[in-house]
Write a protein that binds this ligand. Structure first.
Ligand code: SAH
Ligand code: SF4
Length: 348
């Protein structure tokens, strides 16, 4: 079953005219859904009987199962049931100058990175384009309720929630169309994070050259990366770096490299020394993220001093680097954990 957000305007028109509605109705509903992020109970220009029928036959299907807050409410992590079947996580983050939502593209993930809570679940389902976009619609409705003196608008979308966007490529591209064209979010305010599916990175650059790219590298040699990120066996570092280079050539944008700092695993000076020339060649920005410990993997985050020493090696080599914090506002990295906890509680 598809959600109402999966329908194109033509498909919606077809559906509503089959119900005997005038042709302009579909346009009105479409505008309410995408430009106003409205639920059916908040569409004053649509007759009530039609809204009731829409509610029954094309329900919105975004149900909040659980919500957690951090940073005094500036970060909100929601467990959503979408399309009546997938349970996924969406995180809304309010900053001084922007509001970002982190969306999921799959329920679970097949890529098998051991340190990742979502990876530990395995793949359950792909989300549809409409189901991915529905999270941004939810976020746009919620954004004004974040604390802050001025009313806040959703400004940015990052594909860093559960799942591997480029392993669900068709629907990820479909979601990008919905976000940028229908919702009017600027392409430059959207970032796709990938584990490194090389050929799909090149296709992303062709389809959406203004959309940002983050690559989860985590290791700078194939042996270590094979362990941490098993898909490296399919697209080893050399192939991946070429793909990022091709992305850069096409987009002229600076890619990000994500690096989870894992105690005594990938945090040695030697890894920083190998990473530096890679990052320089790609003119990439490196984000160091202390590992968020997960129940299914025994490692710990690197100590602060180690992270700083690692960052210093990169900086000395001329690499742009940021150390991210693990407080609530970076909980996107821990996506999947809330789902696992929820399921454990349900099983008790
Ligand atoms: N599948 C995509 C996007 C979702 S994961 C990807 O892997 O890029 C979003 C980011 O969170 C990735 O950089 C991922 O490596 C990181 N991440 C996953 N589990 C983490 C953990 N336990 N601690 C810190 N970062 C983690
Ligand atoms: Fe999947 Fe990304 Fe987690 Fe790896 S880090 S298992 S690709 S969600």
């Amino acid at each position: 079953m598809t959600t109402v957000y999966d329908l194109t305007l033509d498909e919606l028109t077809e559906r509503l005219t089959a119900w005997g509605e005038p042709a302009f109705r579909a346009k009105q509903v479409h505008r309410q859904l995408w430009q106003r992020s409205a639920t059916y109970d908040r569409m004053p220009d649509i007759p009530i009987r039609l809204r009731e029928r829409l509610q029954t036959e094309l329900p919105i299907q975004v149900e909040v199962l659980e919500e957690r807050e951090a940073d005094g409410g500036a970060t909100r992590k929601a467990l959503l049931r979408i399309g009546e079947r997938h349970v996924i996580e969406t995180v809304l983050m309010g900053y001084r100058d922007r509001v970002t939502v982190c969306v999921s593209t799959q329920s679970g993930c097949a890529m098998g990175c051991g340190f990742c809570a979502t990876g530990q679940m395995g793949l359950r389902n792909n989300l549809t384009a409409g189901e991915i976009a529905a999270q941004a619609i939810w976020a746009r409705r919620e954004a004004p309720r974040l604390p802050g003196s001025t009313p806040q608008r959703l400004s940015n979308v990052v594909f860093m929630g559960m799942g591997e966007p480029l392993a669900n490529e068709r629907h990820t591209l479909g979601a990008l169309e919905r976000l940028t064209v229908r919702m009017g979010i600027g392409d430059r305010h959207v970032t796709v994070s990938t584990v490194g599916i090389a050929p799909a990175i090149v296709r992303l650059a062709e389809a959406y050259p203004q959309v940002g790219l983050a690559v989860s590298l985590h290791a700078a040699d194939d042996d270590l990366r094979n362990d941490l990120v098993p898909v490296n066996k399919l697209w080893p570092l050399g192939t991946l770096i070429e793909a990022i280079q091709a992305w850069r050539d096409r987009t002229h944008r600076r890619p990000s490299i994500e690096w989870a700092m894992i105690d005594r695993t990938n945090d040695a000076d030697e890894q920083a020394e190998r990473l530096a020339p890679i990052a320089l060649a790609l003119r990439a920005h490196v984000n160091l993220i202390p590992l968020n410990p997960t129940p299914g993997w025994p490692s710990r985050p690197s100590p602060r001093a180690r992270i700083e020493a690692f960052a210093a090696i990169l900086e000395d080599a001329g690499v742009a680097v940021t150390i991210r914090d693990t407080r609530g506002r970076e909980i996107a990295a821990a996506c999947g954990q809330l789902t696992l906890e929820h399921e454990a509680a349900a099983a008790r």
